[in-house]
Design a protein around this ligand. Structure first.
Ligand code: SER
Length: 583
């Protein structure tokens, strides 16, 4: 059975039982600063689980793309993913345990054809505050699940909230006991994971295919739990895992969801999947991470050093590293082939390719550096090439040096200090819309001056700066101009900027009074922001601007500038975005 059939059957099954289909939320929630990604179908439904009426009623169903950073290090085995699709149905104070568990079983057995004797379940064993869930046990028994396939677990396994156990829930958070269904594969228990096998054993014999959470509690300020005004059901089941069970393959990477990617990787890297555990782990990390990266990047996230962008960067870089280990071919072209098979959006594939390209270049330089200087400080490697500690470990290992727990501590301390300093600097001295003072930001800052001057030379002197914002991945520049730029104008501006870069013009500054600087023709549109003495930055004879810095020393440090997007912001203001292209 294909995963599409599973999705369709699920929606239909619950629609037939009075559930309204709702649109899934985006992966990056716009108005929720508490979380980076949607990680469960219930996340956008929290107000309704707390009692607010939902416009579509009390019974809802959907399929929610979800991303869980907590699982990132688990990826590589036969069943963990960062990005997955979650089948979800909800009762907002309507039906409860009996209907939910009955339908859940009916769906797995009647609709998907899973053998009843391969299904095991788990139930909440209770705490001092919350009673043992004997009600669910009775329902399972009445449905024909024998007692020896019903297991009790505590808060770690059978309590669900977005933050985990009742203790970890912050005030106001909702949650409750849950009951999970597991599918048993025909494979022996691996004693490496403990003497006895059981549904929550990690040996891979069991896979969890569905979780019915009975959300009926809310955490109070005094640390205890109170009953919500209504008793809810929150069911979630991963499509990828259900597909593995339905097709009786313990490896989710053998389902139709991943097969094409694995096949593509086999073809491109000239390796076979299923031959060696170490290689299989690499295949899985690449397949999961690139799929997740495509999903995240498709929602407009760029790789960066912060928040969602940081996760995206980590996913892409880890995939790139594993690609390099699997094949001598360039990770850039390999990743392009794989991402092209995962998305039709060309810009997404390009964005991922660029990040892989950047990483590959940095890695090559780092590798050479470590070979020549095995005593080098891993933090210097991070600062010069952005190579994370865990990657450094491998590079140093190849160069014959095993990094120690002390090395690691030293790195972490230096990193924390560096981050603190750059926060202070960006909050204080270097205003002017810079996210931080990293190498990328500084390069883009000088590029902004070049663009500003070029805009005035090509479009006319009416162009003046209205705003500027720079992050490590792009610059954003707002300026006065009546309409969007034509392709020809964009090309002319880019060419003019890149000509200056190639000329390797010197960037220098002098301290002047504000008046002196303006008399010399320096652009200074935010005069009121500067003190009496200002810095006037000059780039060759191309640009003169009053600015706090920092800048590169000469333009060849910038790289090739490309305008990637423009918008009309309103009357007479245009916004452009530009990046530094990897050549
Ligand atoms: N919220 C639960 C989960 O994510 C069930 O939907 O597992």
């Amino acid at each position: 059975m294909s995963s599409d059939e599973i999705r369709e059957k699920y929606l239909k099954f619950f629609e037939e039982r009075g559930h309204a289909r709702i649109e899934p939320s985006p992966l990056v929630l716009e108005n929720d600063p508490t979380t980076l990604f949607t990680s469960a179908g219930m996340q956008p439904l929290v107000p309704y689980l707390k009692g607010e009426p939902h416009p579509k009623g009390k019974r809802l169903v959907d399929i929610q793309p979800s991303f869980r950073t907590v699982d990132i290090d688990e990826v590589g085995d036969n069943r963990h993913l960062t990005f997955f699709e979650m089948l979800g149905n909800w009762s907002l104070g309507d039906y409860f345990k009996k209907d939910q568990l009955e339908w859940c079983l009916e769906f797995f057995i009647e609709e998907l054809g899973l053998a009843k004797d391969k299904l095991w379940v788990s139930v909440f064993e209770g705490t001092k505050e919350v009673p043992k869930d004997t009600e669910s046990t009775e329902v399972w028994k009445s449905l024909g699940i024998p007692e020896d396939r019903i297991f009790y677990y505590g808060v770690k396994e059978n309590w669900w909230s977005r933050r985990g156990t009742p203790e970890a829930m912050p005030t106001g958070e909702i949650g409750g006991p849950d009951s999970e269904v597991f599918f048993e594969f025909d494979i022996p228990h691996d004693p490496k994971f403990g003497e006895k096998c059981h549904p929550n054993c990690n040996c891979g014999r069991f896979i969890e295919i569905g979780n019915s959470v009975f959300i009926q509690y809310q955490k109070k300020g005094d640390g205890t739990l109170s009953e919500l005004p209504q008793k809810n059901v929150d069911f979630g089941g991963g499509v990828e895992r259900i597909a593995a069970a339905v097709n009786n393959t313990p490896d989710i990477f053998q389902t139709d969801i991943f097969k094409p990617t694995i096949a593509k990787l086999e073809e491109e890297t000239k390796n076979k999947y299923g031959e060696a555990e170490e290689k299989d782990r690499r295949f899985r990390v690449i397949a999961d991470h690139l799929r997740a990266a495509v999903a995240i990047a498709s929602e407009g996230v760029y790789p960066s050093n912060k928040q969602q962008g940081y996760i995206l960067r980590r996913l892409i870089r880890r995939a790139a590293l594993n690609l390099q280990k699997l094949s001598k071919a360039s990770a850039l072209s390999l990743s392009e082939e794989v991402t092209k098979s995962l998305t039709e959006k060309e810009e997404t594939a390009t964005l991922i390719g660029e990040e892989v390209g950047k990483f590959e270049k940095a890695l090559k330089k780092g590798e050479a550096m470590v070979k020549g200087h095995p005593k080098l400080d891993p933090f210097d490697l991070y600062q010069s090439y952005g190579i994370p500690y865990e990657v450094s470990e491998e590079l140093f290992h190849d160069a014959g040096r095993a990094l120690t727990e002390k090395d690691k501590k030293d790195f972490e301390e230096k990193l924390a200090k560096h981050q603190k300093l750059s926060r202070e600097l960006s909050a204080g001295v270097f205003k002017g819309g810079l996210a931080d003072t990293s190498r990328e930001v500084v390069r883009l800052h000088t590029a902004t001056h070049l663009i500003h001057a070029a805009l005035r030379k090509i479009l006319g002197e009416h162009v003046s700066q209205k705003g500027s914002n720079i992050t490590s991945e792009r610059l954003r520049f707002d300026f006065s101009h009546p309409e969007k730029l034509s392709e020809e104008e964009i090309k002319k501006i880019e060419d003019l900027v890149n000509e200056q870069i190639e000329k390797d013009l010197q960037v220098s500054f002098e301290e002047k009074t504000y008046d002196e600087a303006s008399q010399e023709g320096a652009l200074a549109f935010f005069g009121e922001k500067y003190g009496k003495k200002v810095k006037m930055y000059t780039i060759g004879d191309f640009s003169k601007e009053v600015c706090g810095g920092p800048h590169v020393k000469s333009t060849s440090e910038i790289g090739h500038v490309k305008i990637i997007k423009q918008e009309k912001l309103g009357a007479g203001v245009v916004r452009i975005y530009a990046t530094i292209e990897v050549k």
